[in-house]
Design a protein around this ligand. Structure first.
Ligand code: ATP
Ligand code: MG
Length: 362
């Protein structure tokens, strides 16, 4: 009997190939008994077939199982009856129904990957984690904005005490656990906002400050979002953990990802108090779907985040060791240079990357 049940939604586009690849790597890393993968339908293509994006059974399985592993969702041109895009609604529905409020995006330059930042090409350490608030901020207005008489449009930015406290606490705990790695043992949380311009952001900053008093071991630092984009290009090695409102977190995550090789190597975990969903930071990339050409690296690294989260939650060192073995295997393959995915300038197919990473696990 498997110890943990993983709700597995392949989804659309490259979703199935990268998710299948991760399942294979997880099985090889942990042996076939540790995890049971329950394959569940959902996404844009499933909507075309069935009229449902997130079937009730898929939702209950996601709610009741130990973690969710997702490929990607969304296909261009698939719309609801009212003409609006289905997009990655599968993912958004899960995010809100399961209250996955912290979106964790590690930004780490791996050996064998060339950063477009010349100053960091030769081993300068880019290794920080963005924690994006995932359920409120400006995106809370999604679908609820108003356009007045065709002249003025407006959306609302929502920042709540509860929402900010919990994401700040989450990020501070991430910083505490990293214990200053890799930066000389100094743990630092940078709060990314526009507290100088908008009250909602000043409120956000103030609450992060309050919560940080419970974490005297974590140094607190602030950056306005515009300046943050400069810093992440000029001195990314300064950063440890960054907490940001939803939209700013979205923007700086893409910026961070491109500095370490792009979406194809960037993992993501969306985490709440009782549930968590893991998938690569990229979308369903329909332009390259079905060609065995996607990089599975982002999803494989996301599945390592899943093992970290499960391992910590269940105090299971086997999982934590599995996560480290997976990361080591990815590093070994990329730094050896024989198998490099296409998005990083190589020619290895998704299946070849998967096999190479599985071999490197031993
Ligand atoms: P979303 O709306 O979900 O953010 P997006 O439109 O931003 O999606 P992505 O699917 O993230 O687009 O990808 C953008 C492009 O990057 C893709 O069209 C594809 O060419 C490339 N890409 C994304 N993910 C991968 C991957 N895993 N491997 C290789 N190339 C990728
Ligand atoms: Mg995008």
């Amino acid at each position: 009997m498997a110890k943990y049940n993983i709700a597995t939604i392949y989804g659309d586009g490259i979703g199935p190939e990268v998710a299948r690849s991760s399942v294979r790597v997880l099985k090889n890393a942990l042996g076939s008994d540790a995890l049971h993968f329950e394959e569940l339908p959902g996404g844009a293509e499933h909507y075309v077939d069935s009229g449902e994006v997130l079937p009730e059974d898929t939702f209950t399985a996601c709610r009741d199982m130990d973690a969710i592993l997702h490929g990607a969702a969304g296909l261009p041109g698939v719309t609801y009856e009212d003409g609006t895009e289905v997009g990655n609604d599968l993912h958004l529905l899960l995010r809100f129904k399961l209250d996955l409020y912290a979106n964790m995006r590690p930004v780490k330059l791996l050996k064998g990957v060339t950063s477009p930042l010349a100053a960091f090409r030769d081993g300068g350490a880019i290794d920080y984690i963005i924690v994006r608030e995932n359920t409120e901020g400006l995106y809370a207005s999604r679908g609820a904005g108003v356009v007045l008489r065709g002249e003025i449009a407006s959306d609302s930015l929502i920042v709540t005490r509860k929402g900010t406290e919990r994401v700040a606490r989450f990020a501070l705990n991430v910083a505490r656990k990293r214990n200053g790695a890799p930066r000389d043992g100094v743990s630092r949380l940078t709060v990314c906002d526009k507290a100088n311009i908008l009250r909602s952001f000043a409120f956000f900053r103030g609450i992060c400050d309050e919560v940080s008093t419970d974490f005297p071991d974590v140094e607190i630092d602030y950056a306005y979002a515009d300046a943050m984009t400069v810093h992440l290009v000029k001195k990314p090695d300064f950063y440890d953990v960054i907490v940001a409102e939803n939209m700013f977190g979205d923007i700086i995550s893409d910026l961070g990802a491109v500095t370490v090789g792009g979406m194809g190597v960037s993992p993501s975990g969306e985490i709440g108090d009782n549930h968590a969903l893991f998938q690569g930071a990229h979308g369903s990339a329909p332009d390259i779907a079905g060609q065995d050409g996607a990089s599975p690296v982002a999803t494989i690294l996301s599945s390592a985040l899943m093992l970290d989260w499960l391992g910590e939650r269940h105090d299971d060192t086997n999982l934590v060791e599995g996560a480290n073995r997976i990361r080591n295997a990815v590093n070994a393959v990329l730094s050896a240079g024989e198998f490099i995915p296409r998005d990083l300038g190589g020619s290895a197919r998704c299946s070849e990357m998967t096999e190479a990473i599985c071999r490197a696990l031993d």
